[in-house]
Unconditional design. Structure first.
Length: 224
């Protein structure tokens, strides 16, 4: 890649912030649970509620590379992409590639289940519980706690696969997927098609933030 080569915006700043905050907060959630710091565990969980709510809304109203509808690949596109990889061919995608997007959806779903079940979870002694646990029975709260533990293991496995995939692209295809998630940009020569506007518009950011705060506030007041 030549110095001064034109680069295009692939990931807006809010998608990048969501990504790295999620990495930090998931690690913090694990640490606080392991250390029995449940007050902090619940606080971090509430922040994750806001982050997930923001990302869901952003997936509906955000720029092209952030929108869920544009991310979903057709079965034909996914199979063709896998065929290219098996043949040692790799075409850089504007945003997530047809297979990588499935990993993203899986991790977002696992994270949503993880956080949602934590809101209703009750520990075996009934002492530590999520902010919405008072709305369910003890038995239901324990069921949520079991799902909460299982979903974390699933999330952890997905994260490991995600990291391995990033390493594979770097080693075998010389494609650094981490750099664009830091800088937001890729070389313009990586794409055959014209590049859409992927900037984060202020009004859309405000709308998504309002939805995130509304979700957090609703849980706060419902938890009493």
């Amino acid at each position: 890649m030549t110095t001064g080569q034109a680069r295009v915006l692939v990931w807006d700043w809010t998608v990048r912030l969501f990504h790295w905050l999620t990495v930090l907060l998931v690690a913090s959630m694990w640490w606080t649970a392991e250390e029995g710091m449940m007050d902090w565990h619940r606080r971090i969980g509430m922040i994750l509620v806001g982050l997930i709510s923001y990302r869901i809304v952003w997936g509906l109203i955000g720029p092209p590379t952030a929108r869920f509808a544009r991310m979903v690949p057709t079965p034909q596109a996914a199979l063709a992409y896998l065929g290219d990889l098996r043949a040692g061919r790799h075409k850089v995608s504007l945003g997530h590639n047809p297979v990588g997007v499935l990993s993203v959806f899986a991790m977002l779903l696992a994270l949503t289940v993880q956080v949602s079940t934590g809101l209703f979870s009750v520990d075996v002694d009934g002492i530590e519980s999520g902010p919405l646990s008072r709305h369910v029975s003890f038995e239901t709260g324990r069921l949520f706690a079991e799902i909460h533990e299982t979903s974390f293991n699933i999330l952890l496995a997905l994260i490991v696969l995600h990291v391995l995939a990033i390493a594979t692209y770097l080693v075998f295809f010389k494609d650094n997927l981490v750099r664009p998630m830091v800088t937001g940009r890729r070389a313009s020569t990586d794409f055959d098609a014209s590049v859409a506007d992927n900037r984060a518009g202020l009004i859309r950011v405000v709308i998504a933030l309002a939805a995130a705060f509304a979700a957090m506030s609703a849980i706060w007041f419902a938890g009493g």
